[in-house]
Design a binder for this molecule. Structure first.
Ligand SMILES: CC(=O)N[C@H]1[C@@H](OP(=O)(O)OP(=O)(O)OC[C@H]2O[C@@H](n3ccc(=O)[nH]c3=O)[C@H](O)[C@@H]2O)O[C@H](CO)[C@@H](O)[C@@H]1O
Ligand SMILES: C=C(OP(=O)(O)O)C(=O)O
Length: 436
């Protein structure tokens, strides 16, 4: 278990280039399984979860060439499907959430797809029903080995297009079903589809490979199945969650930071939501400039004067992955705010660490926390803590960077799951952080 030691209270300054998006990378990497031709993907982030998925693809027999930083080619022309029933796959496949998305492409191409119960953040129940209900609708037979926690779907005679209304707009579920449906016979209509930029990017890549998809960007997708998929060249968008993390970090440490090439058009409500906390976000071309908030930032109120409430919703609503960061940034705001995490039931428990550091937070229930900001009148105090999940981890790191004294964060592998060389990039901005 690795650890960060952070000397808080340093002002940071400079430019940051966001990494490629983790959640998009996990989808488009699985899409290489659709074709025997070579697929090139650029801007792949060098993070733990993505590297684990690349290892899984390699063990499945995909030929992988690294062309340069973040650029790879993949060719799945001679796959080793026996790996799917091996002990190694049961270990590797269960270590991240994104591995679930190999099932859809494999089911469509080879008539079978298996997966151990996938891992990912321990942030509450994470069901897979949407994925498997979708495959069943497309004609697959489903089986689940409870003892081994091993899922399987099979469709030896191929998949058949159909209409489906998803029970939830599941991100990985929608991606998985799309990658199966593009290979099904006939037309599939998916209503209540998730439509995050990750999904839009996946659909654009699939279209470049030969798929026929309309409704991209909406929650109603129509897919005409095709037989052949070709190679393509895909470029991953900047990671909007990482961009939000840098915005929060800049505000809370009163630092002036420019985030380069953010793909502003794909940020949805992220800038508007940070502005609700009073944070100044300047758009300069496709960059975001955060000036030093020397006088702090003031929580806005609603038109009727009622207390600010920030909550998550499926896209184009505000992403749940930035609520932990919003919460930590609110601890130094002028004013109060209610953070409502509607999707995940265990994602707010990390606030006890912030309370230890002196933050004024009332955890109302597992989904809601009220934060009474300090307006920098009182600094958070350094402490020793353990990172419970990826976004709580980065939030605790932001708290430690703004705190008085030296903090220690254990289990930073959680942060490394989604943030590329976070300590090196922070040091380049002037932070005092060591990995031990
Ligand atoms: C690898 C990956 O891409 N992970 C992302 C993906 O996870 P993932 O695809 O696993 O998450 P889902 O979209 O399936 O759902 C996440 C949670 O939200 C709940 N839910 C979902 C949809 C809905 O309409 N209503 C609802 O309440 C689900 O019950 C579940 O508890 O999407 C999540 C939700 O944006 C993000 O936090 C994760 O970072
Ligand atoms: C919840 C997240 O990731 P995962 O779905 O991979 O666990 C996240 O990225 O915030």
């Amino acid at each position: 278990m690795a650890t960060f030691q952070i000397e808080g209270g340093q002002k940071l300054k400079g430019e940051i280039q966001p990494q490629g998006a983790k959640n998009e990378a996990l989808q488009v990497l699985c899409a290489v399984l659709l074709t025997s031709e070579e697929v090139r993907i650029d801007n792949i982030p060098n993070i733990r979860d993505v590297n684990k998925l690349i290892d899984i693809l390699e063990n499945l027999g995909v030929k992988i060439k690294k062309l340069g930083h973040g650029s790879y080619t993949f060719q799945g022309d001679d796959l080793n499907l026996e790996y799917l029933e091996s002990k190694l796959f049961k270990e590797e496949g269960s270590s991240l959430r994104g591995s679930i998305m190999i099932v859809g492409p494999l089911l469509g191409r080879f008539g079978k797809g298996y997966i151990p119960r996938p891992g990912g953040d321990k942030i509450g129940r994470r069901r897979l029903d949407t994925h498997f209900e979708g495959f069943i609708k497309l004609g697959a037979k489903f089986r689940y080995n409870k003892e081994e926690r091993f899922y399987g779907v099979e469709a030896p005679k191929g998949l058949k297009g159909t209409y489906m209304l998803l029970e939830e707009a599941s991100v990985t579920g929608t991606a998985n079903i799309i990658m199966a449906a593009v290979q099904a016979k006939g037309t599939t209509t998916i209503y209540n589809a998730a439509c995050e930029p990750y999904i839009q990017q996946l659909c654009k890549m699939l279209v470049a490979m030969g798929a026929k998809i309309s409704g991209i960007g909406s929650n109603l997708l129509t897919i005409e199945g095709v037989k052949e998929f070709h190679g393509c060249h895909h470029n991953i968008l900047p990671d909007m969650i990482e961009i939000g993390s840098w915005i929060g970090l800049a505000a809370m440490t009163k630092s002036e930071i420019t985030i380069k090439n953010v793909s502003w058009d794909n940020l949805g409500l992220i800038p508007v939501t940070f502005r609700k906390l009073g944070i100044t976000i300047e758009q300069k071309g496709d960059d975001i400039h955060i000036p030093a908030h020397t006088k702090g930032y003031e929580v806005q109120s609603f038109i009727d004067g009622s207390i600010m409430n920030i909550s998550d919703a499926p896209w184009p609503g505000f992403t749940p992955d930035l609520l932990s960061i919003m919460l930590v940034v609110a601890t130094q705001a002028r004013g109060s705010v209610l953070i409502h995490q509607k999707m995940f039931e265990s994602r707010l428990f990390f606030v006890d660490k912030l309370i230890d550091m002196g933050a004024k937070i009332i955890l109302c229930d597992p989904h809601r926390a009220t934060i009474i900001g300090h307006d920098f009148q009182s600094k958070l105090k350094a402490t020793t803590m353990t990172s419970p999940d990826i976004r709580a981890g980065i939030s605790l790191l932001i708290a430690a960077l703004s705190a008085k004294g030296t903090s220690t964060i254990h289990n930073i592998e959680q942060i490394d799951r989604g943030y590329e060389n976070i300590d090196g990039r922070l040091r380049a901005l002037g932070a005092k952080i060591t990995r031990i």
